[in-house]
Design a protein around this ligand. Sequence first.
Ligand SMILES: NC(=O)c1ccc[n+]([C@@H]2O[C@H](COP(=O)([O-])OP(=O)(O)OC[C@H]3O[C@@H](n4cnc5c(N)ncnc54)[C@H](O)[C@@H]3O)[C@@H](O)[C@H]2O)c1
Ligand SMILES: [Zn+2]
Length: 664
Amino acid sequence: MDIQKEISALRQELTKHNYNYYVLDAPEITDYEFDMKLKALQKLEAEHPEYNDPNSPTIRVGGMITKNFKTIKHSIRMYSLDNSYSKEDLEDWERRIARVLGDETVEFTCELKYDGASISLTYKNGILVRAVTRGDGVQGDEVTNNVKTIRSVPLKLQGDYPDEFEIRGEIVLPLEGFAKMNQERVNAGEVPYMNPRNTASGSLKLQDSSEVAKRPLDCLLYSLAGTNLGVESQFEGLQKAKEWGFKVPQQARLCKNTDQVMDFINYWEVHRHELPYEIDGIVIKVNSFHQQDELGYTAKAPRWAMAYKFKAEQVSTVLKSISYQVGRTGAVTPVANLEPVLLAGTTVKRASLHNADQIEKLDVRIGDYVYVEKGGEIIPKIVGVDLSRRSEHAMPVEYIQNCPECGTPLIRNAGEAQHYCPNIYGCNPQITGRIQHFISRNAMNIEGLGAETVALLVKQGLISNYADLYQLTKEQVIPLERMAEKSADNLIQGIEKSKEIPFERVLFALGIRYVGQTVAKKLAKEFKSIDALAQATIDTLVGVDEIGARIAESVVEFFDSNYNNQIIERLKGYGVQLEISAEQLEESSEILKGLTFVVSGVFEKVSRNELKELIEKNGGKVGSSISSKTSYVVAGDKMGPSKKNKADALGVKIITEDMFLDMI
Ligand SMILES: NC(=O)c1ccc[n+]([C@@H]2O[C@H](COP(=O)([O-])OP(=O)(O)OC[C@H]3O[C@@H](n4cnc5c(N)ncnc54)[C@H](O)[C@@H]3O)[C@@H](O)[C@H]2O)c1
Ligand SMILES: [Zn+2]
């Protein structure tokens, strides 16, 4: 192909991937593939300077601003980092440094490269005033309200901090919190998130900060920016930032030479899986600020820093077969059975294939050598096929047409990736799964009854839906495997006690597709009883804040079923809470119905969160930023002047904490 065409095709392709990655948070290729394409473009551009373009993805920081937030120009530019993948790359870099610095001794700070979304925080007189995303490096999105919900971001500093400065870091989603979020999604019958990085970055861009507050985000800081900071080096900067109250991971090391740098890299390449969050490499920085100044920047990255990127750990192994699992909502998930192989310290036998589209996209075939990678997910995934080792007899996978458990023909709704078994009440894993969900901790939390016992009870024909639980007798369960007098007692008592579980959790326990804990709470509050909810039409449901068509349809469908209505009648008969209790009703009111409040500043009598709860309990809505739709701003101490100006400009009334408390 003609070189100029090749260059422009690569640029276009990379720009598209940047958009998928930074704006949509949904990359279509791996980071390694992206980096290799970028390197290929760099090489072509170096060989053909006649085609240079200042907008090339090799020259510009890849991110973009969105239109959803206020755009802020960075007072000090935010750069990307150059990448290296080998010791040789690093040695090249050191030679380039030596060419500028001569025979000065150079020390390096080695840090972990946190895999999340970059952020710049501005502090004035020790108070957080602004948080801005990197965007395209020159300007970013102002996401201060969202960042303020992250507990590790200090709103107020301690110690001898400079009057005004910026600090840069990475917003990450630690693995444990990520797994929990995904578990909740799976519980609600939703598709789990891909990986922690994209989810962290997506969370920052949510419009509703109260949603962001629910996500277990963390902010790890790695560099100071500004003048007259009273700091001479990167390493000292990290120490200081820690003293001022920032979360600065303690792994950073000051290294005197390349060998020490390589030791640090080699150590973390192995031990990275012991960290509570994901890292995708190591960042090596020239330590002295003076030397950093001398080295300067390219258009895209500092010359004094280098990322050493770990390759995502990947192994190749044989795909032996595909089995299909049926979940409690009837969703079918294909799972790859692999020739066991060691990956990131654990033996992998199974990998996720997500759905029929994914199988088709990868074109995996039984007997293929496949590449397996461990991302943030609970089980590893297949990312590609080694075509050079494919047998000529390998045939494309034919996706199953019938449920592997009950034989019913599968269905697939338009626009959905997953196949479903529609035999809701006769398909064993669906029956068992629904009851297991019903008894689980966040639902009815039935003590003395576990998932295995449920499976056993179903198998023995003692129960076939959750209402049946309330008719179980001790005599029926004692003969079960591993049951004794005492455990049988506990089980029956646990079931009895679950009759006290409040309505909102019962609603979640029913296992209506797409009705997770948050939605169940919303619906319970809005409709107050199962009877009212059962009467609701799609229109009424969609009229409720945050309830979309997908949820509404699912709720209506649930109550359309005679089977479900019979079960609910039975639950009522057993005394399960199917409406909001009198006490809960008493605490709440509708006084603030139709009003939207923005809460800002620090309060005396109640915490900011309590204040928000009070607003919601009394029928009001909490908004994240002041707009023409805001009815009142409840202002505490230290409300920012910009908020005040905005409220004044829009004619939004500002009230104090006391005035608000009087209102309710
Ligand atoms: N898969 C895709 O489609 C796709 C598309 C675009 C970009 N990407 C990936 O993103 C990379 C480019 O992203 P980038 O420009 O953000 O660069 P980068 O992620 O490679 O490195 C720069 C970033 O590292 C972060 N960082 C983490 N820890 C740090 C520390 N201790 N010190 C300094 N910085 C630290 C900073 O936020 C900084 O902005 C590519 O190399 C590619 O891997 C992938
Ligand atoms: Zn089935």
